[in-house]
Unconditional design. Structure first.
Lengths: 171, 346
C-alpha cells in the first residue's frame, strides 16, 4: 500500500470534506426522516384528537340533530302522494293544473331526488301563492324553472310550465 | 529571546541541552531579570531512566526554594538576604537582593557546610555590583544535627541569624513553578496521552449523551404511536353512531337547501312582479335553473323600459340587466314598444 502524505492544506480540505459528507449523510438519512416522522405523528395525533372531539360533539348534539331532521323529513311520502298534494293545493288557490308528471329521478344513497313537471294556469298573484306554499313544508319542493305566458288580458291569466324538484330521503 | 541568549552562552548545541527560565521582574530600562536553567539532555535522560515511572516534570530545586521563600515571606523586599537551606543529602545557598535571587549554589550534604558557605561568600563578594548581605536566614530539615552546625554558623557570621526548621512544608509541591527541565518529547508524549484520555472521556460522554437522546427519541415515538392507536380505537368504537349521525346531517342539509332554493326562486318572482311599473304589461316570464331570467312585455314608451331596467338593477335581486330587444308597434291608433329583458337573478 502506498502511503498517502497530505500537506497541511490538503489535510484541512480532507477533514472538511469528510465532515461535510458525514453531516449530509446524518442530515438526509437520520435527522430529516426522524423529524418528518415526528411531525407526521404529531399531526396524526392532532387529527385524531380533532376527530374524537368532533365525534363527541356530534354525539352530544345527537338528539337535536335527530329532531331537526325529523322536522324536515317527517312529512316524507312517496312521489305520487306529493303530486296529489300539489294538485289539491293548486285547486285551493284557484289554479288550473294539467299534465302533472314526475320527471327524472336521481339517487345518491341517502335520498332520491325527483323532478316534477307541472302545467298551471291562473292569475299571477295566485300562482305565486301556490308556488310559495309548495316550496314550504310539508311539500318542500324546490322551484327550479318556470316559463309563463300571458294568455288573456282581462283578467290577466298566465299559463305555463313549472319544474320542481323534490327530495325523498331513504331510511 | 531567553532561549537565543542561553544558546549563545552555552557551548552545547540546541539538541544537547534542555533549558527553562522564569521571569523574575523587569528593570526600568526595559531589561528583564530572568532565572535561566540549562541542563544537559543526556543527564536529564539518565535521571529519567533510573525512575520506574516517567515524571511529569523535572524541577529546579533553586526555583522551588525561591518560590517557597517568597510564599512564606522569609525574604524582605528592601534587604539583601543570605538564605541557607540545609538538608542531610543536599544543601543550597542563595543570596536574594530584594526579591531577585542574585547568587545560588548547591552542594552535597556530605561536604562541610561552613567551608562551602565560606567559598560561596567569597565568590559572591567578588562581584562588584553585589550588595552587602544584611540578614541571614537558615532553613534546615529536622534530620540535620543543628547543634553542631549552629556553632559553626555563629562563628562565621557576625550578623543576626534566623533559624527555621523545615517541617516538610518549605519545599512543597503547591508552589508556582515555571522552569521544567523535562525533555520536550516527554512533555509532548505526556500531553498527547493526556489529550487522548480527554478525547476518550469527551467522546464517551458524547456517545452516552447521543445514546440517551436517541433512546428518548425512540421512547417518545413509541409513546406517540401508542397514543394514535388508543385514539384510533376510541374513534372506531364510535364510528357506527357517527356514520348514522353524519348521514342524518347530510340529509338535513340537502332538505334545507331544497327549502332555501325554493324560497329564493319564489322570492325572485315575487320581487319581479312587485317592481313591474303600471305602464308595463308582462307577456312572458322565463327562469332557468342556471339563474338566467327573461321577461317579455309591452310598454307605452321606451323611457318606461329604461326606468324599469334601473329599478331591477337597484333591487339587489337582479344583475347584468340588459334590454335584449325593443321595437315599436302600432296597436289601434296608439304606439307601444315591445321589449325583451334578460338578466341574472340571485
Amino acid at each position: 500500500m502506498i502511503p498517502v502524505i497530505f500537506s497541511k492544506r490538503e489535510k484541512y480540505i480532507f477533514i472538511i470534506t469528510v465532515v461535510f459528507i458525514a453531516s449530509a449523510f446524518l442530515y438526509n438519512f437520520i435527522f430529516e426522516p426522524s423529524v418528518k416522522k415526528w411531525l407526521a405523528l404529531d399531526s396524526e395525533i392532532e387529527a385524531k384528537k380533532a376527530e374524537i372531539e368532533n365525534n363527541a360533539g356530534l354525539i352530544t348534539r345527537k338528539d337535536s340533530i335527530r329532531r331537526e331532521y325529523d322536522r324536515y323529513a317527517g312529512p316524507d311520502k312517496n312521489i305520487s302522494a306529493v303530486l296529489s298534494d300539489m294538485e289539491s293545493s293548486a285547486h285551493s288557490f284557484g289554479i288550473k293544473t294539467s299534465n302533472i308528471k314526475p320527471g327524472k329521478e336521481a339517487e345518491n344513497g341517502l335520498y332520491k331526488e325527483y323532478g316534477i313537471e307541472l302545467q298551471i294556469e291562473g292569475e299571477m298573484p295566485d300562482i305565486i301563492k301556490f308556488l310559495s306554499e309548495v316550496v314550504k313544508l310539508p311539500t318542500l319542493a324546490a322551484l327550479k324553472r318556470f316559463d309563463f305566458k300571458l294568455i288573456s288580458q282581462n283578467p290577466p291569466i298566465f299559463k305555463g310550465t313549472v319544474i320542481l324538484s323534490k327530495i325523498i330521503t331513504t331510511p | 529571546m531567553a532561549e537565543l541568549y542561553a544558546l549563545r552562552q552555552s557551548p552545547c548545541t540546541k539538541e544537547e541541552i534542555i533549558m527553562g527560565f522564569r521571569n523574575i521582574g523587569s528593570f526600568k530600562k526595559g531589561f528583564s531579570f530572568v532565572m535561566l536553567a540549562i541542563v544537559k539532555r543526556q543527564q536529564a535522560e539518565e535521571m529519567i531512566r533510573h525512575r520506574a515511572v516517567i515524571p511529569g516534570s523535572i524541577r529546579l530545586e533553586t526555583e522551588l526554594l525561591y518560590s517557597n521563600l517568597l510564599k512564606k515571606s522569609l525574604i524582605e523586599k528592601d534587604r539583601t538576604v543570605l538564605v541557607m537551606y540545609i538538608q542531610e543529602s543536599h544543601s543550597e545557598i542563595m543570596v536574594i537582593d530584594g526579591i531577585r535571587p542574585v547568587f545560588s549554589r548547591g552542594f552535597n550534604g556530605r561536604e562541610t557546610p561552613a567551608d562551602e558557605i565560606n567559598r560561596s561568600l567569597i565568590a559572591y563578594g567578588s562581584g562588584k555590583n553585589n550588595k552587602k548581605i544584611e540578614k541571614t536566614v537558615i532553613v534546615h530539615s529536622p534530620d540535620v544535627d543543628m547543634g553542631k552546625v549552629r556553632s559553626g554558623f555563629e562563628m562565621l557570621s557576625s550578623m543576626p541569624l534566623d533559624f527555621y526548621e523545615d517541617k516538610g512544608d518549605t519545599i512543597d509541591s503547591g508552589a508556582h513553578l515555571e522552569i521544567n527541565l523535562l525533555p520536550r518529547e516527554y512533555i509532548d508524549k505526556r500531553a498527547n496521552k493526556e489529550s487522548m484520555k480527554q478525547a476518550f472521556v469527551t467522546y464517551s460522554l458524547l456517545f452516552i449523551a447521543m445514546t440517551m437522546l436517541t433512546s428518548l427519541f425512540i421512547f417518545e415515538l413509541n409513546e406517540k404511536n401508542k397514543t394514535i392507536l388508543m385514539f384510533s380505537k376510541e374513534a372506531e368504537k364510535a364510528e357506527k353512531d357517527i356514520t348514522r349521525i353524519d348521514n342524518i346531517l347530510k340529509k338535513t342539509k340537502a332538505l334545507k337547501y331544497m327549502e332555501e332554493e325554493g324560497m329564493r326562486v319564489t322570492g325572485i318572482l315575487k320581487e319581479y312582479l312587485r317592481l313591474v311599473p303600471q305602464d308595463v304589461l308582462m307577456e312572458e316570464l322565463n327562469y332557468e335553473d342556471n339563474g338566467v331570467f327573461y321577461c317579455n312585455g309591452v310598454s307605452r314608451d321606451i323611457t318606461g323600459i329604461f326606468n324599469f331596467v334601473k329599478v331591477l338593477e337597484r333591487s339587489g335581486y337582479f344583475k347584468k340587466v340588459e334590454i335584449k330587444y325593443a321595437a315599436k308597434k302600432q296597436i289601434g291608433n296608439r304606439e307601444y314598444t315591445d321589449f325583451s329583458i334578460g338578466c341574472f337573478a340571485h
